[in-house]
Design a protein around this ligand. Structure first.
Ligand code: PLP
Length: 470
């Protein structure tokens, strides 16, 4: 499989190069040249197969270069052996023809582990094959950082630097990062806000010579290799609920639109999916775009579902590319407009095909809290606030009660204990493997919000081209 950029001005690459490149050099996102298709017989044949087996089969046609089906099979088996549930992502019934798909049984209790545990291993395998090293740099407001660190720790080909705003993330989130003792993991607490951290990361990436020298890369969902593994659970969940003969509706709490895009990919390939509900919190750029065709930046409002408190849903660009019949020049024009003015618009009639797939709505914090309380009272189930956003939106958009509704449970309730306790009266407990989290020693360097100081720290400690080692 070859990959093209949504903006049409970057080289066509194979899977291994797309993995290492992340963002395309023209600012676009890589997408496969064609969409492989699964027949009904293929889908029926997945019944009873292990999660890693289905994943290997689904991903096989997307691979290439140094990463073949056998390597991927091994990576998936190893990555998902670390999950705390034999089904990897179990379904749990919470109501009448209503389920949650628990994506949080990985090491950091957030659904980001499902893809990042694969991504870290792929990076390491491919870089080792090439005899190269790479530096992962990112900013976190809480969830991505722990998952990225867990994915990259102790991988010799990678150094990882994660910036977080000092004193502004929860203690669980901080300790999940700072208690990791691996020598290639660098936690930087920046004296500033999350936006300051992001600006520092952008400024370092913006120094192209440095970016080249340190082989800087990112692990957010602009990377195709992070979106693809997420398509798998749409397929396995639909099959266990009766696919291919009985299609399922999924509701997806949405931030960067990576998860929802993975659902679109699964459906495009032939997974038995009726509809995809894009669930937003108050930060609803994806909902506004899907209903009006206008993509417009607004200020970020803090909510009780902070992993969705974002300004831009980057992966909408991949959907836009399909919507505009893969006219990369048009995508480039719209996205450049958006980059310079903070606004762009697609005529509503061009959006019409999306009506066959997506429903969307936004949910406010009070409704989320009420839903968490009611669910607990009715069924004894605790869900985290992100999951609750999806559940409420899925119910609101439901068209046919005979179609199973599956809400994506993207975080373990114990990641957001205060919000869960306020809504239900119950304080969720951390799973066993994190029970001693508050006793573990922490490793973290506090730095002022100063680009020169942060940059010098990264240069001094990165092994790829920096002064930090061999
Ligand atoms: C990242 C995240 C989301 C949003 O997923 P996207 O793929 O960015 O849309 C939702 N819930 C939780 C808990 C997350 O960590």
């Amino acid at each position: 499989m070859k990959y093209v950029s949504t903006r049409g001005e970057a080289p066509v690459l194979g899977f291994d190069d797309v993995l290492l490149a992340g963002l395309a050099v023209d600012g676009g996102l890589y997408v496969p040249e064609t969409w492989p298709e699964l027949s009904s017989a293929d889908v029926a044949g997945f019944a009873g197969r292990s999660y890693a087996e289905v994943g290997t089969r689904l991903m096989a046609p997307f691979l290439g270069g140094g990463i073949d089906e056998e390597l991927m099979g091994g990576v998936l088996a190893e990555a998902y052996a670390r999950f705390r549930h034999p089904a990897v992502v179990p379904l749990r019934q919470v109501g009448d023809n209503e389920w949650v798909l628990e994506l949080f049984h990985g090491p950091t209790l957030a659904f980001k582990d499902v893809a990042l545990q694969v991504l870290g291993r792929l990076f390491d395998a491919e870089l080792t094959r090439r005899g190269e090293r790479l530096t992962i740099l990112g900013a976190t407001s809480g969830d991505t950082g722990p998952a990225a660190i867990e994915a990259c720790r102790d991988r010799n080909a990678l150094d990882v630097f994660i910036l977080h705003p000092a004193g502004r993330i929860s203690e669980v989130q901080r300790r999940q990062m700072t208690s990791v003792s691996a020598g290639n993991v660098h936690n930087l607490a920046v004296e500033g806000t999350f936006d300051d951290c992001q600006d520092l990361v952008k400024a370092i990436f913006g120094d192209l010579a440095l970016r080249e020298r340190l082989r800087l890369s990112a692990v957010n969902s602009i990377n195709w290799a992070r979106v693809l593994p997420q398509a798998v659970y749409y397929l396995t969940a639909a099959v266990s609920l009766g696919g291919p003969s009985r299609p399922v509706t999924f509701s997806v709490p949405t931030g960067n639109f990576g998860n929802a895009l993975a659902g679109w990919v699964a459906r495009r390939m032939g997974a038995p999916i009726s509809r995809l509900v894009v669930a937003s919190n108050r930060n609803d750029i994806a909902t506004r775009f899907l209903t009006t065709g206008v993509m417009e930046l607004q200020a970020v409002h803090p909510t009780t579902s902070p992993a969705m408190d974002i300004q831009v849903s980057s992966n909408l660009e991949r959907l836009l590319f399909e919507l505009l019949d893969r006219h990369a020049d048009q995508v480039a024009r719209l996205m450049v407009d958006f980059g310079t003015t903070g606004r762009m618009e697609v005529p509503l009639e061009r959006l019409a095909p999306l009506g066959d797939v997506f429903d969307t709505t936004k949910v406010d914090d009070d409704t989320v809290a009420t839903a968490m309380g009611e669910l607990y009272a009715a069924s004894g189930h605790l869900v985290d606030p992100h999951t609750a956003v999806g559940l409420v939106a899925g119910r609101a958009c439901r068209r046919d009660p005979t179609v199973p509704l599956v809400a994506m449970a993207t975080a373990h309730p114990a990641k957001f204990p205060d919000t869960v306790e306020a809504a239900t009266g119950v304080r969720p407990e951390l799973p066993d493997h994190l029970a001693d989290l508050f006793d573990r020693p922490e490793r973290c360097t506090t730095l002022p919000c100063d680009i020169r100081i942060v940059r010098d720290y990264v240069v001094a400690n990165a092994r790829a081209g920096g002064a930090g080692g061999s």
